[in-house]
Ligand binder design. Structure first.
Ligand code: ARG
Length: 266
C-alpha cells in the first residue's frame, strides 16, 4: 500500500476524476490508515511504499505490478502522468528479492496496469489468471503475462468506460470463485465468465458504481467500501463476512479498496 500523502485530482484519465474538485488529503490519509489497520487487524502483513510528491495517483498501488507465486510481472502505465510509478514498484520487489524474498521480476514491453487489470484464482482450474482489456491494458500484455507467469490467462473485454479497470468490475472472492458485474464486459466475455464460473456472485450496476466490486478478500473477510451496502448483503448471503471501510476521498480518483492494495503472492 502507498499512503495518499500527495493525493490530488489534477488530471482526468477516467470518468470519475473531476480536476479542480477539492480533495481532502488529510481525510484521505485517515481513511487509508483505517484500511491499513483493518487489514492488519485481520492478521495480514502490510508493506508500505513511500509516496512521491509528483505522483498523485500512486495511492492506487494495485496498478504497479502483478505477482503470482514468486514471479512479478511489472506494470507499464497507459498515461504519462502515471508512468514513473512503475519503477517505484519495481524497486520495491527488487529490494524484497535482495532481502531474501526471492521474487523474480519480469519487465513488461506491453502496456498493462498490474492488478488493476489482472486477477488470480489459485484454485480455479489449477491456477487461472483473469485479465481485462479495452481501456488501459493492451491484449498483448495478456500473452506476455501468460509467458511470464506460466498460468493460463483469460482475456476479457471491458466495454463500459466507468469500469475501465478489471478490478472495478470483477473480484476474486476466494481461491476459486469470483463476483462480477456482467454488463461491464462484452457479450462474448460474459459468456466466457458464465462458462468458467457458474457459481459466481453476480453484481449489478449500482454495486459497481458504489465501487462494491473493488474489494479485497482473504477468502473469508471481504473488505469493501462503506457505500456498497447491497454488495455487502450479496457477499454475506454467499457465506463471506463483509467488512466496511470508508474511502470517499479515493473514489474521487476513480478507485477504492482493491485499487489501494497490491496483493503479494510470494
Ligand atoms: N486515477 C487512477 C487512474 O485512473 C485510478 C486507478 C484506480 N486503480 C485501480 N486499480 N482501478 O489510473
Amino acid at each position: 500500500m502507498c499512503p495518499p500523502e500527495h493525493f490530488a485530482v489534477e488530471y482526468a484519465i477516467n470518468p470519475w476524476m473531476e480536476p479542480g474538485a477539492p480533495v481532502d488529503v488529510e481525510l484521505a490519509v485517515k481513511q487509508w490508515t483505517r484500511l491499513r489497520e483493518t487489514l492488519q487487524g485481520l492478521g495480514h502483513t502490510v508493506h508500505v511504499l513511500p509516496a512521491q510528491p509528483a505522483l498523485p495517483d500512486m495511492v492506487y498501488a494495485a496498478n504497479g505490478a502483478f505477482s503470482v507465486e514468486g514471479v512479478v510481472y511489472g506494470a507499464r502505465f497507459r498515461y504519462p502522468q502515471r508512468s514513473a510509478e512503475a519503477d517505484r514498484h519495481r524497486a520495491f520487489y527488487e529490494a524484497f528479492h535482495d532481502a531474501g524474498g526471492g521474487w523474480r521480476f519480469v519487465a513488461p514491453t506491453a502496456v498493462n496496469e498490474g492488478e488493476g487489470d489482472f486477477a488470480y484464482l489459485p484454485a480455479a482450474y489449477g491456477g487461472l489468471v483473469l485479465a481485462g482489456y479495452g481501456f488501459r491494458t493492451e491484449p498483448a500484455a495478456h500473452a506476455e503475462a501468460q509467458e511470464a507467469l506460466g498460468r493460463p490467462v483469460i482475456s476479457l473485454r471491458l466495454v463500459d468506460p466507468a469500469f475501465y479497470h478489471l478490478d472495478t468490475a470483477l473480484a476474486a472472492l476466494d481461491d476459486h470463485n469470483i463476483t462480477y458485474y456482467p454488463e461491464a464486459f462484452s457479450p462474448s466475455s460474459q459468456r466466457v465468465l458464465a462458462q468458467l464460473f457458474p457459481e459466481a456472485v453476480l453484481a449489478d450496476r449500482a454495486d459497481a458504481e458504489a465501487f462494491g466490486l473493488n474489494l479485497v478478500s482473504d477468502g473469508r473477510h471481504v473488505i469493501l467500501n462503506t457505500e456498497a451496502t447491497a454488495m455487502a448483503d450479496k457477499v454475506r448471503a454467499a457465506g463471506y463476512a463483509p467488512v466496511h471501510v470508508e474511502l470517499t476521498e479515493l473514489k474521487r480518483g476513480g478507485g477504492s479498496v482493491k485499487c489501494a492494495v497490491a496483493e503479494l503472492r510470494p
